[in-house]
Design a protein. Structure first.
Length: 407
């Protein structure tokens, strides 16, 4: 995956360094945009870069609304810069004009004005990269009009210090049909849908130029694609091969991860006895490694595998270990999860008092965190338990608490 991110970053960097292009149209759907946005954030965080990234991902309903949500960000960043200048005794930058604050001009002129204002504040050796990446575009014609008019301004610029990166749809493109071919415009179709991404990963994973360690990471990702497509046998073969590689290279932490992944594969196929075996191996290794995050996660999985086999007392041992470790590590969400499952194991063993105590403790913790999902789930367990026991007083309390959550 790192090599794919590096490819994306290289594409963005070549565009930013271009002396002839200052408008990049990116055709990508929102659900496939994670790697793109991660790459842009990495460029923004690069300590060696002088470029300034202004990234806006809010939805596009209409042009005025879209620009109106950009302006406060510029004002806030300007205020932050001026505070730093004041600390150093330097002259602050002039504030935004009333026209740029209130939007006295049409949206496109307003946006262009903001872009010109920011560019004037920036040193000549720095570039400003504006990223308009709305994940939802409600009005295609208004979006085209706004971006088209901004592009008209970019074409007249005598320098290339202002750059624009804009999202377009795939298939029903809005911008590309009208703007492709403009001398300052470049089109980027990254093909990051699952099918294309899996194909790229397969190519990288079998490339002899890719280091063995990177190939192993790619194989782990491909196993995830196999699972998503229910190719469980292929995923198992990949993980067994990875287990051998990590054992050979002495990477015990990665071995523990793969052991757990193999347990997951069996669990998803309802092979609970087999999943138990692999989870046990994973937990034992993680305990030896003193890796608390792995132990927490794998104890939960092992407890679930035992619970599904009706081995309730054994499951309780691992849920209890998870709860104690989560409490000691100040991880209340994981503690709530453990308490909920402890209650389930106790309930199935006929220990109603212990189950009620587990779930009541989980509710109390959830309330303190304002963790509505955890509170609701455990209240529902308590409601069913008290109804079964005929405890009308506690049942009424649970129902009232659930009604309050819904409201």
């Amino acid at each position: 995956m790192r090599s794919i991110i590096d490819d994306i970053r290289s594409k963005f960097r070549r565009f930013i360094d271009s002396r002839t292009k200052n408008h990049l149209i990116v055709s990508c759907e929102p659900e496939h945009s994670a790697l793109l946005l991660k790459s842009l954030e990495a460029l923004d965080d690069d300590p060696e870069s002088l470029d300034i990234f202004l990234i806006f991902g809010h939805s596009f309903t209409d042009s005025e609304q879209y620009v109106r949500e950009i302006q406060p960000t510029i004002s806030q960043q300007l205020a932050g810069v001026n505070q730093e200048l004041a600390k150093r005794g330097e002259t602050p930058y002039p504030p935004l004009s009333a026209e740029l604050v209130n939007g006295a001009h049409p949206p496109s002129s307003w946006l262009v004005g903001l872009m010109h204002y920011v560019q004037k504040l920036v040193d000549d050796e720095r570039r400003v990269i504006w990223v308009f990446y709305p994940l939802e575009i409600s009005d295609s014609s208004a979006y085209l009009q706004l971006i088209g008019q901004v592009n008209d301004d970019l074409k007249t610029a005598s320098q290339m210090r202002t750059k624009l990166i804009v999202r377009d749809r795939v298939g029903s493109q809005i911008l590309e049909p009208r703007l492709d071919g403009q001398p300052n415009v470049e089109i980027y179709r990254p093909e990051l849908d699952p099918e294309s991404l899996e194909k790229k990963l397969n190519e990288k994973a079998t490339d002899s130029q890719v280091p063995a360690e990177d190939q192993a990471q790619l194989q782990m990702m491909l196993a995830g694609f196999d699972v998503a497509n229910r190719r469980y046998d292929v995923a198992l073969a990949r993980n067994l091969e990875l287990l051998g590689y990590f054992r050979h290279t002495g990477q015990r932490h990665q071995q523990a991860v793969v052991l757990n992944n193999i347990g997951d594969l069996h669990y998803m196929q309802r092979k609970f006895s087999e999943s138990q075996t692999w989870y046990e191996r994973a937990v034992n290794l993680s305990v030896n490694l003193k890796s608390e995050p792995l132990v927490l996660y794998q104890c939960f999985n092992l407890g679930n595998a035992l619970l599904m086999q009706h081995k309730y007392s054994d499951a309780l041992v691992y849920y209890n270990s998870m709860e104690q470790l989560a409490r000691a590590s100040n991880l209340p969400v994981q503690q709530i999860q453990a308490l909920e499952q402890m209650g389930m194991a106790n309930y199935r063993m006929g220990k109603s008092v212990e189950a009620a105590e587990n779930w009541e403790n989980a509710v109390e913790l959830s309330r303190g965190l304002k963790f509505a999902e955890g509170e609701r789930a455990n209240l529902e367990h308590l409601r069913d338990l008290y109804q079964e026991l005929g405890d009308s007083r506690r049942l009424a309390v649970c129902k009232a608490a659930l009604s309050q959550l819904k409201s």
